[in-house]
Design a protein around this ligand. Sequence first.
Ligand code: AHR
Length: 519
Amino acid sequence: MSFCKTPFFVALTAVCLVWSFCGHADTANTLVVHADKGEWTIAPEIYGHFAEHLGRCIYDGIWVGEDSDIPNIRGYRKDIVEALKALRIPVLRWPGGCFADEYHWKDGIGPREQRPAMINTHWGMVTEDNSFGTHEFLDLCELLDTEAYIAGNVGSGSIRDMQDWVEYMTFDGDSAMAMLRRANGREKPWRVRYFGVGNENWACGGHMTPEYYADLYKRYQTYVRSYSDNPILKIACGPNDWDTRWMDVVLERAKRHMDGISLHYYVFTGPHWWEKGSATEFDESEWFTLMKKSLDVAEVLRQQIEVMDKHDPEKRVGLYFDEWGTWWNPTPGSNPGFLVQQNTLRDALSAGIFLNIFNQHCDRVKMANIAQTVNVLQAMAHTRDADMFLTPTYHVFEMFKEHQGATLLPIDLACAPYERDEHKVPSLNASASKSEAGTVTITLCNLHPTNEAALNCSIQGMDASEVSGRILTADEMNAHNTFEQPDAVAPRQFTDATLDNNVIQVMVPAKSIVALKVR
Ligand code: AHR
């Protein structure tokens, strides 16, 4: 993406400022899509999800049990299953998060009424009755036709526990663990494609140094075996956001034993982790801050990938961005340990920015998992008894889903800045891909809350004959859905894009996300 580096940009800025003072759209934003130049596939797993035993994500959000009055499929909420299927979710990470490093999987198998209870010490000190365990999770993955990503326990679990778990889930022959699985009702092993060796071991997963973790990682991963027809990919615990030292040390010591390494990055606007800002009550300066912090993920990636390139220039080790999203103060009146937050148009813009940037780094980023699926943090949906509503962020995932498995197309974007106080960011953010069938998908975010953007989009290297689109926007920056108004923010057809001679003229409304389909 090119931004603010040329004399052309200076002239462009001047033009745009005049236009925006007059309340008009700027006219000189340009996007060139190189439709014949793609090199890398956008891993479908970039559109992945994460469900932790945290608050009401699993219980109430996904699992209500077979005897519930809430419509369910073998205990899973029907509305949630249908909503997730419509997104074609490619991978689901479980059971944590911080919960993973205190989870003992053997407590979550066998007859439910006999499973021991534990305290969920990280999330509200509530009793976890283990009624949702390995069988319930892996059966859900089969129901959703999604890959399973298990996060193993390094913080408080033993190597033997980890080894047994993998054998229990994936071994097809005769062994103590495979027989135990059969005794618990599952004859054939499940497919488990991804196994994470610990989570945030620099904090809730054991407060380790990278040196200590790297050595532990090598020991634990040795016993994570690929059985039968289940080649398992091993993911090491990577750093938090800007911590390149953790990345450097863990790769230096252990890179040849891993298929991937994780990265976490959450965004908020408040001054501290304990004062993150309100999800719904904010002014334009907090809107701007979130746009800027979301765009910063590109710089986080640049710095972490630079370290990865040093150790792994052939790009064998994937970057698994297995936790990301917005994090706000808990909804007033909710249990603060449950991380309940509303989700507005601002969150949707943030998600669009993240996904566009992940697409653009798909040579290295092989998975990303938004936190979390239901009722927690930047959720796809909220539930209350039998009611459910989808969030604006859900709609972004739905609008972007054609990027899954498509070829990333190089783009050149030049656009007016969005300025606030001393700072400025590009007002537009985009990515493009081409499906096997030849359809080009272009996803655009207009970060400016009041200025629409006239965009001249030139498609090079293909004969474009048709354009159609969908848009997500609303009148207010903090527009959101509720149980009473579930469709206050929902996608609609977009008609402000016209194609002539391989050039699309698009008027991208203020604070909107537009997905164009070009054939
Ligand atoms: O997603 C909530 C928590 O955030 C996860 O449990 C942890 O890994 C991270 O700190």
